[in-house]
Write a new protein. Structure first.
Length: 242
């Protein structure tokens, strides 16, 4: 799964990196090295009316259209921060959004906590990022929820899949990370073919070359936030259960 990530780049850098030609946020989000569920995060999507790639923000945790009031809508978010690639087209919360409202979620990198199934001490946090400094582009889906009183929340979920390679030694799940040559097809709202969308999320060499290293337990507390959270630490010899 993906439950915490970092995004510290300035708006101008993201506009250039993602080729934004449409709207940009009127109020930039602060740099953060410890983004938690329900927080506002950046998303990149296509505006079908303007035929332009726009840059906005949404609350992390997808809200289903059937939620009746503001309180229940907010409370539901923590249960829908991630959508599994294997079932995203079937789950009621996600199936409409994945066909019609897809986006990218830019991140410097993300955190994962080791499970007892791997060679590391359980709950040891790791940071995963691109060694060249490029953003990781998570496959995302978004929705707009409107209450009976006119309250509006735009929300987003990150799609995850089975972890591969060294990442699988840390945790069984990971976000789907899309390469640049798949961005346009993924964000195209006119593309609603489930088989085609599944193929966009599946390829074997997606995670080659990612940096994976241990970081301190400071990231466990959302009150901690700063570049020191992504500094590597040494674990010595791998720890096992035996």
């Amino acid at each position: 799964m993906c439950g915490r990530f970092a995004q510290s780049k300035m708006d101008d850098a993201l506009v250039e990196e993602y080729g934004i030609t449409g709207a940009v946020p009127s109020s930039p989000l602060p740099a953060s090295w410890n983004i938690a569920p329900t927080k506002d995060i950046y998303i990149i999507r296509e505006d079908p009316k303007m035929r332009a790639r726009e840059f906005g923000s949404a609350s992390w945790g997808l809200i289903g259209s059937w939620q009746k009031d503001f309180a229940s809508a907010r409370a539901s978010q923590s249960h829908a921060i991630n959508a599994r690639r294997e079932s995203v087209f079937e789950k009621p919360t996600f199936r409409d959004a994945v066909r019609k409202r897809r986006c990218l979620v830019p991140a410097d990198g993300y955190y994962e906590w080791a499970t007892a199934l791997g060679p590391y001490r359980p709950k040891q946090p790791f940071y995963i990022c691109s060694p060249d400094g490029h953003s990781l582009s998570f496959a995302g889906i978004w929705n707009e929820w409107v209450s009976s009183k006119g309250e509006v929340i735009e929300s987003v979920a990150i799609i995850t899949c089975d972890a591969v390679g060294r990442l699988a030694e840390v945790h069984s799940r990971m976000p789907v990370i899309l390469p640049r040559n798949r961005w346009e097809s993924w964000m195209d709202p006119s593309n609603q073919d489930a088989d085609d969308l599944r193929k966009l999320m599946e390829y074997s060499d997606l995670y080659d070359g990612l940096s994976v290293y241990a970081v301190s337990n400071s990231v466990n507390s959302v009150s901690n936030n700063g570049p020191e959270l992504i500094r590597p630490i040494s674990l010595g010899e791998p720890q096992t259960l035996f």
